[in-house]
Design a protein around this ligand. Structure first.
Ligand code: PLP
Length: 392
């Protein structure tokens, strides 16, 4: 069919530049090892921090939900698609996050879009860290509020913006809790202090912190002892929780408002029973099996140290996300390809996901990896790094 030649041209330019990527399908379930192209490789690219995507308790919860409730809900939440289990999950999440209430969306992405687009008007302003996740950026694009960006985790820059914006009705500071490409943690204690000084609201997106940081994986707010001082906590059910979805944990007022104004909540069908029941089970697993989080951190320390000992540039990560920064985009993809040939799946990530000149292979270890798998991965990194001249 004719019509898309202009897009094809752009794709061909990407192919020439070495930046065109094909999807890499897994031929097995998610895990510390996966099958790609018929070959077993070590998985270092998933967000499956605790291995919950295949946890026996979640599997069983999902299967029982299908048996008892079927596979779909047949409606959006606000018409006929709210099952009792949806409210049960929301109660559980609110309890877990130590907030009054919570509301589940179809994904973390739509949660950010839904919240940001709903609660701000032209007389308000949103103040955003420059490295926030794409879903926050897109949510901000949907508001008619004023928009300000502060330099990445730079509190001087944030305070400058707060000083400049005192005439607005409401100010909302929004930040990732853990930044997904660098693995550093937002300076929440200072953000809270500034927000309280300048009477601003705070929204923290803990997609990469829930299940990872804080007591039983409650996230960065709990990690820093700031329960009750952050107005809006966003989380995903798709990463450490191992299933699918997003949620906002906050006051009853905000939740009631979003039930009326959160557009993805209003206009997109609710989670099927299997997803909902598996998420409920996942929160119980976090509460009852904290050893998973201990193992995640033990593996994190081991792998980070190994990469540093090899001489790689791993940036300023403080979490299980460890970038191996190589700079050049084409080199990062070559590095990833070579690692795959050596039995390690670690994706190259380049512009626009990270800044130009900061291309990297990003690794995430999980609680499921054995020491032996991680050592094998480190050996592959060393060998690939030397062959490509990344290491001396
Ligand atoms: C992954 C991620 C999301 C999106 O979550 P999904 O549930 O996958 O849609 C949102 N915010 C941040 C910071 C993320 O890292």
């Amino acid at each position: 069919m004719k019509g898309f030649e202009y897009l094809q041209e752009e794709l061909e330019a990407m192919q020439k530049a070495g930046t065109f990527r094909r999807l890499i399908p897994l031929e097995s379930e998610q895990g510390s090892k996966v099958i790609i192209n018929g070959k077993e490789v070590i998985q270092l690219s998933s967000n499956n921090y605790l291995g919950l995507t295949s946890h026996p308790r979640l599997r069983r919860a999902a299967l029982e939900a299908v048996e008892k409730y079927g596979v779909g809900t047949g409606s959006v939440r606000t018409i006929a698609g709210t099952l009792a289990m949806h409210e049960q999950l929301e109660k559980k999440l609110a309890g877990f996050k130590h907030t009054e209430a919570s509301l589940v969306f179809q994904s973390g992405f739509t949660t950010n879009q839904g919240v940001l687009s709903a609660i701000l008007s032209p007389e308000d302003v949103v103040i955003s860290d420059e490295l926030n996740h794409a879903s926050i950026i897109d949510g901000i694009r949907l508001t008619k509020a004023g928009r300000k960006v502060y330099k990445h985790v730079d509190m001087k820059s944030l305070e400058e913006v707060l000083r400049e914006t005192q005439t607005y009705r409401k100010r909302l500071i929004v930040s990732d809790g853990v930044f997904s490409m660098d693995g550093n943690i937002a300076p929440l204690p200072q953000i809270v202090e500034l927000a309280e000084k300048y009477d601003a609201l705070i929204m923290i997106d803990d997609a990469h912190a829930s299940g990872v940081l804080g007591k039983n994986g409650r996230g960065t707010v709990n990690h820093f002892g700031l329960d009750g001082r952050v107005h809006i906590q966003v989380g995903t059910l798709s990463k450490a929780i191992g299933v699918l979805g997003g949620y906002v944990a906050s006051t009853q007022t905000l939740i009631d408002y979003l039930i009326h104004k959160g557009r993805p909540f209003l206009f997109s069908t609710s989670h099927p029973p299997a997803v909902t029941m598996a998420c409920i089970e996942a929160i119980d697993v976090l509460l009852e099996e904290p050893e998973l989080i201990d193992r995640l951190w033990e593996n994190t320390r081991f792998f980070k140290q190994g990469l540093e000992d090899l001489g790689f540039h791993t940036g300023k990560s403080e979490t299980p996300i460890t970038p191996v920064i190589v700079g050049d985009e084409v080199l990062s993809h070559q590095f990833s390809d070579k690692l795959l040939a050596f039995g390690v799946f670690a994706q190259g990530i380049a512009f626009p996901t990270v800044a130009k000149g900061m291309a990297r292979v990003r690794t995430i270890v999980t609680a499921q990896h054995s020491k032996q798998e991680l050592q094998q991965a480190l050996d592959a990194f060393g060998k690939a790094g030397k062959e490509l001249g990344i290491l001396q």
